[in-house]
Design a protein around this ligand. Structure first.
Ligand code: SF4
Length: 417
């Protein structure tokens, strides 16, 4: 490996970390100020944003310890057979960078992942050492998110959780078949075993904290995982079902979805084109339906096309569900329980809370609902108010064309409060 200075390593290892979506802010237009005009860039790597457990948006230094790897996962730019420039930080270099950036007020925490060097345990030891040194030698109180390494010793993963706020391990692909085909060296059962261990440690330390004030904290921001979308033949139905199983079994805080992006010198087994970014967005929306809108996984899955198993791209899954299961509408905003109000396309959680609070004092009219939403015109076919009943609208065969604006820009925002 060529001798590189810290700036060169940072350039390579921050860029290599961009494929991890766990704290990404992707999907915006490309802009930069390299021509000397203007300020800022939307393409720079290295600092990303994440949400702390208390809801604050924080900036994280997002890097890999190394982009060298002994594994050869087909979808990964850092795989053994890839022809990319390699770099490697020492644990001490990562610690120094984190502290230096923190003192300059550039970041509030660290997101550290890595390719596998020598062995899973050796790599995990290096990552734990970064977190240990930050916490114990430098008394760093900022946020730390560590990606755990597949197959690392459970004791090392336990240590990672004692130092980090969040630990995560990527399941990578939604199906066992996909993992076997595209990441043959990874073992799905062992990945799930590691997730189960993390879950047990989180529960144990939470219980201990109730009894002893001095009980150590373990990953207080929980664990998360990531699935790559569009690298294999898994349908949205497969992905939603898998995500729901993961939430149930391992009490994950988040499942992240990362649209597969073609990489240089890609393996022949990969698709040539990336899936539409909108697919990733729809999966995040379906995730929200399960986490905040009280939908059961089988209901979200039912919003997908029966033949293809894919969620529609032109409308969000909540609207797709409402159009498919019209027998549940219209919903009377003056009488319906919270769970039915949450089903109304165009009503977000905040708006539903507003309706529930207001209707204790008076019967709501269409104007009252309009004040709580972005566009009442779009939700009229789905609600009944004191002065409104959509007798004809909800039965119309062309209802979709009435509620979905022609221009993409005007797309109905169903999760708006
Ligand atoms: S183990 Fe991780 S870094 Fe290595 S090739 Fe697989 S996905 Fe890439």
């Amino acid at each position: 490996m060529a001798q590189l200075d810290t700036r060169q390593k940072l350039e390579i290892l921050a860029d290599a970390a961009k494929y991890d979506a766990s704290c990404a802010s992707s999907g915006t237009a490309k802009r930069n100020s390299r021509d000397g005009k203007g300020l800022g860039s939307t393409e720079g790597m290295g600092i990303c944003h994440a949400y702390a457990p208390d809801g604050r948006c924080i900036s994280l230094l997002k890097i890999l310890l190394t982009n060298s790897c002994i594994f050869d996962c087909h979808y990964c730019i850092n795989r053994k057979s890839s022809n990319v420039r390699r770099a490697r930080f020492t644990a001490d270099e990562v610690v120094k960078l984190t502290i230096a950036f923190y003192k300059r007020n550039y970041i509030e925490g660290l997101f550290l992942s890595s390719g596998i060097i020598r062995s899973s345990n050796y790599t995990m030891e290096q990552m734990v050492e970064v977190a240990r040194a930050l916490r114990e030698d430098h008394h760093f109180r900022g946020y730390i998110h560590l990606k755990t390494i597949p197959d690392a010793d459970p004791e090392l993963v336990r240590l990672a959780g004692l130092y980090a706020d969040r630990v995560s391990i990527n399941v990578e692909l939604p199906t066992a078949g996909g993992l076997k085909r595209l990441a043959p060296e990874k073992d799905g059962a062992r990945i799930e075993g590691a997730m189960a261990d993390v879950k047990s440690s989180i529960i144990d330390t939470r219980d201990a904290a109730k009894r002893y004030k001095s009980a150590p904290r373990f990953a207080p921001a929980g664990q998360s995982t990531q699935m790559i979308v569009g690298a294999d033949a898994a349908t949205d139905r497969d992905i939603v079902s898998r995500a729901s199983t993961l939430y149930d079994r391992f009490q994950l805080r988040r499942v992240y979805y990362s649209a597969f992006s073609p990489i240089p010198d890609a393996s022949a087994v990969l698709p040539l084109q990336r899936p539409p970014l909108m697919r990733e967005h729809r999966l995040y929306q379906s995730d929200w339906l399960m986490r905040f809108y009280e939908y059961q996984p089988h209901e979200v899955v039912a919003a997908a096309d029966d033949a293809t198993g894919m969620l529609p791209l032109d409308i969000d899954p909540k609207l797709a569900w409402a159009l498919k299961f019209r027998q549940h509408f219209p919903v009377d905003v003056n009488r319906a329980p919270r769970e039915l109000l949450l089903r109304v396309p165009g009503l977000g959680v905040k708006a539903v809370n507003g309706i529930l609070a207001s209707r204790r004092w008076r019967r709501l009219r269409l104007d009252d609902v309009a004040r709580l939403t972005v566009s009442v015109a779009k939700l009229r076919p789905f609600i009944v108010t004191e002065d409104w009943r959509p007798v004809i609208l909800s039965d119309r065969a062309d209802l979709k064309t009435l509620v979905v604006p022609k221009k993409k820009k005007e797309q109905l925002e169903l999760f708006a409060a």
